[in-house]
Write a new protein. Structure first.
Length: 77
């Protein structure tokens, strides 16, 4: 299941990018903020949030699926 989810990452990003941007704008994130992403999946929105909060901020991702978090970790590196 994780492999197919990972293979469809780019398509999901294209479909959800605008909504994710609106969500992050509504959260009014700024450099240095701390973000908790619950049910992060493979971390697409976490990576976008990390770009906003920058190296002074933090993003903590959680998910019930350890395999999904491994994919998110690889993407973050």
């Amino acid at each position: 299941m994780v492999e197919s989810w990972q293979q469809e990452t780019r398509q999901r990003q294209l479909l959800m990018e605008e909504a994710t941007q609106h969500m992050l704008e509504a959260a009014a994130l700024k450099p240095g903020d701390c973000v908790l992403d619950i049910a992060a999946g493979t971390g697409n929105q976490s990576l976008l949030a990390a770009r906003i909060v920058g190296p002074q901020g933090t993003v903590l991702t959680t998910d019930i699926s350890e395999a999904m978090l491994k994919v998110a970790e690889m993407a973050a590196q």
